[in-house]
Design a protein around this ligand. Structure first.
Ligand code: XMP
Length: 509
């Protein structure tokens, strides 16, 4: 049993970030829909509640709201952005629309006698993104921060332990934002901070042992961070009762299949590698639409896995590398599907198992990495950059052929090698090559060429939900470009992707 803080989700874009920041402060928290009933909230006995950001205005039709009973529970509440306006509105204050939005980095003055800002500087930059503002405070509340345009940048009702801030403390652009959340958790909610990965590792190993007993466990290992950490955890818990099946779909980066095999074959687990490249290419023949590629790969993956699992016979448990963002995203319902991530929600139909084990279900990605370190997993597995389940299939625009896969593998390997040589591999969080379907005219020696354009993508990001393009120095790009056109056949032009996410996504498909 941990101390719990509930992040009540009103649909803002930074909701997961708020939860991650709370956990960084060593307090366990869960994201729950604003539709959660007051009874359920009470039953969870949270030490505090945080209202997230949301739509533009509390006055819009369909704007999410909550019963004002929540303010009578005696549980401390912090409202952020829309959450702050909603708190003001529901407790009798007035929210109005400003003529001009306040957006971006904003100089803010704080009243440091407020518990929220205790021990922090009186002035600092905060990240604002709002048009509506609190024009009249609810009774019992006082303003404890303001900006040039916004008289109530923060408000509090100390005796009822209700707090609201108009800006976003969870984003990095806000000075001391995490410290403000920490103040809420420790000064207001009186948390002690009992959430840490070493505690978690011990508890999770014990829980898996208790659940699995002498049973057999089956795991689909991809070599990515999540499934590798899962394998480490399970091997500590149940040793060779675990069988890992690694389906190599032939769409991995160059040599990656062998690397995954090498990393796991000496462990005290049963490791099976299936080379299914031809089978996947066959299914993908003639397909160029990204979502269909994803679907085909997801389904085929399950079929191959099933075929292999049948050879093993009955297992008791199927292990899944589900992590917390998957849980939140598949439960959210309201959010638009931008891309279907195939590893979410697909369970094999014909594998005989009694139950699933998902010991990473409550963890964010950075916590999964910390857990990996805690369990003694090799650095290169813990810090591996994310790689999409469908692999190079969604980095080859249009139809996939064996030849194109090889071209892309070779070009991508050069890109990665040069980034590592330049010492940039930890600074750029994800980087890869994309084989476009565009061909253009070039000249090689005395010959005209008509070959593919290769795109390079490198991003810096903390959460992969927003990203900036990495500022790779020109001389590094120059070397990469010259090596690729010289060493890889069929490429005569290289471009670098300079878009941020949003409006782009990280992958091209
Ligand atoms: P996007 O392209 O949506 O990518 O900005 C965000 C992050 O997710 C990864 N990604 C995927 N991962 N299956 C996965 O397992 C997928 O289908 C998939 N599509 C994108 C992407 O590499 C980036 O890290």
């Amino acid at each position: 049993m941990h101390e719990l803080v509930i992040v009540l989700d009103f649909g803002g874009q930074y909701n997961q970030l708020i939860a991650r920041r709370v956990r960084e402060c060593n307090v366990y928290c869960e994201v729950k829909s604003y539709k959660t009933s007051i009874e359920e909230i009470k039953a969870m006995e949270p030490k505090g509640i945080i209202f997230t950001g949301g739509p533009n205005s509390v006055y819009l039709e369909d704007s999410p709201s909550i019963s004002s009973e929540i303010f009578e529970l005696g549980i401390p509440i912090l409202g952020i952005c829309y959450g702050c306006q909603l708190m003001a509105y529901l407790t009798g204050g007035q929210v109005s629309s400003a003529e001009k939005s306040e957006y971006g980095k904003t100089e803010t003055e704080f009243n440091t006698t407020s518990l929220l800002f205790k021990g922090l500087p009186q002035k600092g930059v905060t990240w604002m993104s709002h048009t509506d503002y609190i024009s009249s405070l609810p009774q019992g509340f006082t303003s404890v921060a303001h900006t040039a345009d916004c008289p109530v940048a923060a408000m509090e009702n100390n005796s009822r332990r209700l707090y609201g801030i108009q800006f976003h403390p969870e984003v990095m652009h806000t000075d001391n934002g995490t410290a403000m959340l920490r103040n809420f958790l420790y000064e207001v909610c009186k948390c002690r901070g009992d959430w840490s990965m070493s505690n978690y590792a011990k508890t999770a190993i014990e829980q898996v042992k208790a659940k699995v007993g002498k049973g057999k466990v089956l795991l689909a290992l991809s070599g990515g961070v999540d499934s590798s950490v899962l394998a480490a955890l399970l091997s500590k818990a149940v040793g060779n009762q675990l069988t890992c099946i690694f389906v190599d779909h032939g769409l991995m980066r160059k040599n990656e299949g062998d690397e995954v095999e090498a990393a796991f074959k000496d462990w005290d687990v049963n490791f099976v590698r299936v080379n299914a490249g031809e089978r996947f290419l066959g299914k993908l023949k003639g397909v160029s639409e990204p979502e269909r590629k994803r679907k085909i790969i997801g389904e085929e993956f399950i079929r191959v896995f099933e075929d292999e699992a049948k050879k093993i016979g009955t297992v008791d448990f199927l292990a899944q590398g589900t992590i917390y963002p998957d849980v939140i995203e598949s439960g959210a319902g309201d959010a638009a599907v931008i891309k279907s991530h195939h590893n979410v929600g697909g369970l094999p139909d014909y594998v005989d198992f009694k139950d699933i084990v998902e010991p990473l279900r409550l963890l964010f990605k950075d916590e999964v990495r910390q857990l990996g370190i805690e369990l003694g997993l090799a650095d290169y597995l813990v810090w591996r950059q994310p790689f999409p389940g469908p692999g190079l299939a969604i980095r080859i625009i249009g139809e996939i052929t064996k030849e194109k896969v090889e071209i892309l593998q070779d070009a991508d390997a050069i890109f990665r090698e040069e980034i590592a040589l330049a010492g940039l591999d930890r600074d750029i969080h994800q980087y890869f090559a994309v084989l476009t379907s565009m061909r253009s005219v070039g000249v090689m020696g005395d010959f005209r060429t008509y070959d593919y354009t290769l795109a390079l993508r490198g991003v810096t990001t903390t959460d992969f939900m927003t990203a900036d393009f990495a500022r790779i120095p020109y001389d590094v790009l120059a070397k990469i470009s010259s090596r690729i056109v010289n060493e890889v056949k069929s490429i005569n032009r290289i471009v670098y992707d300079i878009t941020t996410k949003p409006p782009s996504t990280i992958e091209w498909e």
